[in-house]
Write a protein that binds this ligand. Structure first.
Ligand code: AMP
Ligand code: GLY
Length: 438
């Protein structure tokens, strides 16, 4: 089989690495890929005439037709929102992901909120605004803390959790008055601040059947102690003990099943990965913070370290409408630490040499794996890797406990260096406290 993975992050490195593991697979093409996928056995990066943010997907279709691609797996949200799955289906190419209609769950916060209200899916109370004065008046009425979100896609950064009224006003000024987030922020959703512990609940969906992935939690804030600005995610681990069997049942019954049933009833069956970002309150009740129409990054890295089933088989079954109810998982824990470049998340730095990386060869038996993301091969030295983005890599380790996985990942992370590298030493802290209290 030949597989095409679309995307360039750590998530796509992990997806490509998993696909390459399957003996049925001859080639895994990654468009555009990164330094990690370039070094991976059976994998090769390809540059297509379209980029991930383009709305014309014909270069992808042509590549699939010219290279006998049997399966396309789409990593990031942008091409899903602009209809890459619809385009592939129209051309008869098997492609894993949701249609543009379904991807609105991530592409528009307003669509997601209205969808949840219509289907009684628990979420924070909210109102949408395009007018700054009306938005400020609503903030006055509600008080702080309060959450301000840009309506469109903003790479995980269009969310301000305002502790004070002044911070909320300033978010409104940035988004509505000063247009700092461009079109994505020309409409805002203002929502109630939810308290509790977050978890990422990611499933594969084939239109009707649901296959939950192992549970996970990521750390969105830039700095230790979950402080600082929101990022795309600074680390993640699996399983997430906050998702007890009881919470798991509630999420399936109150969140995932209603989404799948409502989409099918609307004539738009949901296919692909479905990610519910949840806040679990003290009583174990889940509330949806956001939906994503894709696998999480960095959640993919620890989750796929634990996957023992073949990713290719699961996607094939998903494309055939025959997803099994369960996949096979390594019983150990996995934890990934993201190393970011100077300035992230406000900016990022490129071209800095990365040293101390373990050998970038494929070995599926190792319990530590470095998934590369914003990292490129040095054009002057094919054996060297340079930074090329905000989140540069994710060191992911398997071990018997979250604490030991954290220590193992930290030991490898400490040896890796580049100018301005920064990472959190406390990934997994919620779970480690739970392990300690057991
Ligand atoms: P989002 O991009 O919607 O997932 O939001 C990014 C992060 O902001 C989430 O992971 C939460 O940490 C935080 N957040 C978003 N919405 C809320 C909310 N209603 N209450 C509390 N925290 C929130
Ligand atoms: N790690 C959060 C996300 O993928 O959106």
């Amino acid at each position: 089989m030949n597989i095409l993975v679309i995307g360039s992050g750590g998530r796509e490195h992990a997806l490509a690495w998993q696909c390459a593991k399957d003996d049925k697979v001859q080639n895994v093409y990654v468009a555009p890929g990164n330094a990690g996928t370039a070094f991976e056995h059976k994998c090769q990066n390809v540059m297509l005439k379209s980029t991930i943010s383009d709305t014309d997907h014909s270069p992808v279709i042509e590549f699939c037709q010219d290279n006998a691609i049997d399966m396309v797996i789409v990593g990031p949200e942008a091409p899903l929102v602009t209809g890459i799955i619809d385009a592939c289906r129209d051309a008869g190419i098997p492609a894993w992901g949701p249609t543009a209609y379904c991807a609105q769950l991530e592409g528009s916060k307003t669509f997601a909120k209205e969808f949840m209200a219509a289907n009684n899916i628990p979420t924070a109370a909210y109102q949408g605004f395009t007018d700054a004065d009306l938005a400020r008046a609503y903030i006055d009425e509600q008080g702080a803390p309060i959450v301000i979100k840009a309506d469109g896609l903003a790479a995980g950064k269009g969310v301000i959790v305002a502790e004070t009224i002044e911070q909320a006003y300033s978010a409104i000024d940035d988004m509505l008055a000063d247009n700092k987030f461009g079109d994505a922020g020309s409409r805002v959703v203002i929502e109630q601040f939810l308290q509790g512990e977050e978890a990422s609940f990611i499933c594969m969906v084939d239109g009707d059947n649901i296959l939950p992935m192992a549970t996970s939690q990521d750390h969105k804030r830039a700095f230790e102690g979950d402080t600082g600005p929101n990022t795309g995610g600074m680390g993640a681990y699996s399983p997430a003990p906050v998702v007890t069997p009881d919470v798991h049942d509630k999420v399936m019954a109150q969140v995932i099943r209603p989404v799948v049933d409502a989409m099918r009833a609307a004539g738009h069956p949901y296919t692909g990965f479905l990610y519910a970002g949840l806040m679990i309150d003290d009583a174990g009740n889940p509330f949806v913070i956001e939906f994503n129409c894709r696998f999480g990054d960095p959640e993919t890295q620890p989750i796929l370290m634990r996957l023992k089933s073949s990713m290719v088989d699961l996607v094939s079954q998903g494309l055939a409408g025959q997803l099994p109810a369960q996949a096979e998982w390594d019983t150990r824990c996995a934890l990934g630490i993201v190393v970011a470049s100077k300035g992230y998340p406000e900016s990022s730095s490129s071209g800095d040499a990365i040293t101390g990386l373990p050998a970038l060869t494929t070995d599926h038996t190792k319990s530590v794996k470095v998934f590369l993301a914003g990292a490129a091969i040095d054009p002057n030295d094919a054996q060297s890797v340079l930074t090329a983005g905000g989140r540069v890599l994710c060191v992911t380790a398997l071990a018997d406990t979250i604490l030991s996985a954290q220590q193992k990942a930290l030991a490898v992370t400490a040896a890796i260096s580049f100018d301005g590298a920064h990472y959190r030493r406390d990934i997994g802290h919620h779970a480690i406290i739970r392990e300690h209290n057991q």
